[in-house]
Design a protein around this ligand. Structure first.
Ligand code: NAI
Ligand code: CS2
Length: 489
C-alpha cells in the first residue's frame, strides 16, 4: 500500500479522538491553502479538546489543482498536515476535522447539492477568493454581467458559481420543507457577510423572488474577520514538510504561528464553540474587519506591488529594506488607523508593530507576486475606501496614492527590467488593452481610473486624486519603485 499521512509512521501524532464521531455539519466551499490552515485547524482543536462532533464536508468547484487536492484528501482518509512556521522553529499538526471531500468532477454537481441540502448541514462557509462572489467590487452588488452568474441563471439546477450552488441547495431545502443554513464568508471582503448576502439575494432575486424572500427569512450571513498568513504551497515547502514529517503529504500547508478569528454570533442552525479554541464571538465584527483589511491587507498590497517592482520576491525580503518597513508602518498608522472607528481600548500601535513583526518572518516566503494577484478585487476595500475618507477630510494620503500608482505600474505587465509580469486578475485583458491603446503615461492612468468596477464613479472625477496618482505614477516611471519608496522619507 502506498505510504501516506494516514498510514505511514509519522514524526507527530495523528488525531487521538475517535474520528467516527465526526458529523459533516459544515459544508465548506473553497478548500484552498487558507481554509486548511485556519477554520479546519480551529475545528480540529475543538475536536481535540472537547466532545464536539462538528466536522467538514469539503468542496472545491474549480478544476485542475483544486480537483487534485480533493482526490488526494480522499486518498489519505481526509487527514493532512499543517506546518506552523515561526522565525526559528516549526510545529507540525495532523488535522482531522474533515469527514468528506467533494468535487464536481468526481461527485457531480448533484453530489455536492445533496450534501448541502442534507438536514444536518447547518453551516455553509466560504473561502472562494474575492472574485468567487461575482460582485462588483466598487458597488458591492452582484454583477449580473459576470459569466458565472449568467451561466447559473440559465442553468439553475447545474450551477457553476459558489453562490449558484448555495441558492440551488437552498431551493432544494425549501422544496423538501427543511430550514435554511448559515452562510459564513471567511474571505477578505469588506463586511464579508453583507457581501455574501448581497450576492446570494441578488442572484436569488433574479431567479425567483419567492425563493429570495424565503432565503432572506431562513438564512443568516454573519460577518467574520479572519487572519493568518498562509502562502500558497510550493514544491520546496511541501518537501520541507515531508522531510520533517516522514512522508510526502500533497495536501500539507505551511503558515505563520499567528491566527485570529472574530465572528459575528448570528447562526440559524447552531454552531461549534470555536471560542473554546481561541476564536471570538462578538455582536459587531465590522470594526475588526476594517482594521485588518486596511492595516494588514492594505499594507500587504502596498508592499506587494512596490516590492515586486523593486525586485523583491517575498514580503520578508521587502522588510529587509528599512524604507519599505517604515513606509508600511507609516501607511498603517498615519493613513489607515485614522480611518477606523474601533472599540475603546483597541491598541492600533501595538497592532501595527505586531503586523510588522509578522511580515518580517523569514521562513514564510510569501511571494509579492501572489499578493499582487486580483488587484481589481482587492484595491477598493484595502486602499480606495480610506482614500475617500482622506479626500473628504483633507488629510495627507501619499502612501495610499503610491500604493495605487504601484498597482497601475504593475498591471502594465512589464517590470522595471523590461521582463513580462504574469498578471493574474479577472480584468487582466482590460489592462492589456489599455496599455496597448494608450502610450502616454497620463492617458494610461486616466484609462485605468475609468474602470468603474474598481474606482467607482467618484474617484476619476476628483481632480486632487487624479493628479496625485498621476504624479506618483510618473515618479515610478522616472525613478523606479525602490527610489520612490525611499523618497517617502
Ligand atoms: P487558494 O488559491 O489556495 O484557494 C482558493 C480557493 O477558492 C480554492 O479552493 C478554489 O477552488 C476556490 N475558488 C477560486 N476561485 C473561485 C471561484 N470563482 N468560485 C468558486 N471557488 C473559487 O487561496 P487561499 O490562500 O486559500 O485564499 C482564499 C481566500 O481566503 C483569499 O482570497 C482571502 O479572501 C481569504 N484569506 C486568505 C488568507 C491567506 O493568507 N491565504 C488569509 C485570510 C483570508
Ligand atoms: C494577502 C492575504 O494574498 C493577499 O492578498 O494580503 O491573503 C493575507 O495574507 C491574509 O489576509 C492574512 O490574514
Amino acid at each position: 500500500m502506498e505510504q501516506n499521512v494516514a498510514n505511514a509512521t509519522l514524526s507527530v501524532a495523528r488525531p487521538q479522538w475517535d474520528r467516527n464521531r465526526l458529523e459533516a455539519r459544515i459544508v465548506h466551499l473553497g478548500c484552498g491553502a487558507f481554509h486548511r490552515a485556519h477554520q479546519a485547524l480551529y475545528t480540529h482543536h475543538l475536536l481535540e479538546t472537547t466532545d464536539s462532533d462538528w466536522g467538514y464536508c469539503e468542496v472545491n468547484l474549480m478544476p485542475g489543482n483544486d480537483a487534485r487536492l480533493i482526490q488526494a484528501l480522499k486518498d489519505q482518509n481526509m487527514l493532512y498536515t499543517v506546518a506552523e512556521r515561526g522565525a526559528g522553529s516549526t510545529e507540525l499538526k495532523v488535522i482531522g476535522s474533515m469527514k468528506e471531500a467533494l468535487h464536481p468532477e468526481f461527485d457531480g454537481c448533484d453530489g455536492i447539492l445533496n450534501a448541502m441540502a442534507r438536514p444536518e448541514t447547518a453551516i455553509v462557509s466560504l473561502t472562494v477568493t474575492e472574485k468567487g462572489y461575482c460582485i462588483d467590487a466598487a458597488s458591492g452588488k452582484l454583477d449580473l454581467n459576470n459569466s458565472m452568474v449568467q451561466h447559473d441563471l440559465a442553468n439553475p439546477h447545474q450551477p457553476k458559481s459558489a453562490i449558484g450552488y448555495i441558492i440551488e441547495a437552498l431551493a432544494i431545502r425549501r422544496e423538501h420543507g427543511l430550514n435554511g443554513f448559515t452562510v459564513m464568508s471567511c474571505d477578505n471582503l469588506r463586511e464579508n457577510g453583507h457581501a455574501a448576502r448581497a450576492a446570494v439575494l441578488g442572484l436569488a432575486e433574479a431567479r425567483c423572488p419567492a425563493l429570495a424572500a424565503w432565503i432572506a427569512e431562513q438564512v443568516t450571513f454573519p460577518c467574520t474577520m479572519v487572519d493568518r498568513i498562509v502562502p500558497a504551497a510550493t514544491d520546496e515547502a511541501l518537501q520541507q514538510i515531508a522531510d520533517q514529517l516522514g512522508v510526502y503529504d500533497p495536501c500539507a500547508i505551511a503558515c505563520e504561528p499567528f491566527r485570529q478569528w472574530v465572528i459575528e454570533d448570528n447562526f440559524v442552525n447552531g454552531r461549534p464553540d470555536w471560542d473554546r479554541v481561541g476564536a471570538q464571538f462578538v455582536a459587531d465584527v465590522v470594526p475588526f474587519e476594517m482594521m485588518k483589511l486596511r492595516m494588514l491587507n492594505g499594507s500587504h498590497s502596498f508592499l506587494a506591488y512596490l516590492g515586486y517592482l523593486a525586485g523583491y520576491e517575498t514580503i520578508a525580503d521587502t522588510m529587509t529594506n528599512p524604507a519599505y518597513r517604515n513606509a508600511a508602518r507609516a501607511l498603517m498608522l498615519n493613513e489607515q488607523a485614522p480611518t477606523l472607528s474601533m472599540p475603546e481600548g483597541t491598541d492600533l500601535v501595538g497592532y501595527a508593530d505586531l503586523l510588522i513583526d509578522r511580515f518580517t518572518n523569514p521562513s514564510l516566503r510569501h511571494r509579492t507576486w501572489q499578493i499582487a494577484m486580483d488587484g481589481s478585487q482587492k484595491l477598493p476595500q484595502r486602499m480606495l475606501d480610506p482614500v475617500r475618507i482622506h479626500l473628504k477630510n483633507g488629510d495627507d494620503f501619499r502612501h495610499l496614492t503610491l500604493g495605487v500608482a504601484g498597482w497601475m505600474r504593475y498591471v502594465s505587465g512589464v517590470d522595471e527590467q523590461g521582463n513580462a509580469i504574469d498578471i493574474q486578475d479577472p480584468l487582466a485583458a482590460r489592462y492589456q488593452e489599455i496599455h496597448r491603446q494608450h502610450q502616454a503615461p497620463e492617458a494610461r492612468v486616466r484609462a485605468l481610473l475609468d474602470i468603474d468596477a474598481i474606482f467607482g464613479q467618484d474617484l476619476p472625477g476628483n481632480a486632487q486624486f487624479v493628479s496625485a496618482v498621476t504624479a506618483a505614477y510618473l515618479a515610478l516611471l522616472s525613478n523606479g519603485a525602490r527610489a520612490t519608496v525611499e523618497a517617502l522619507g
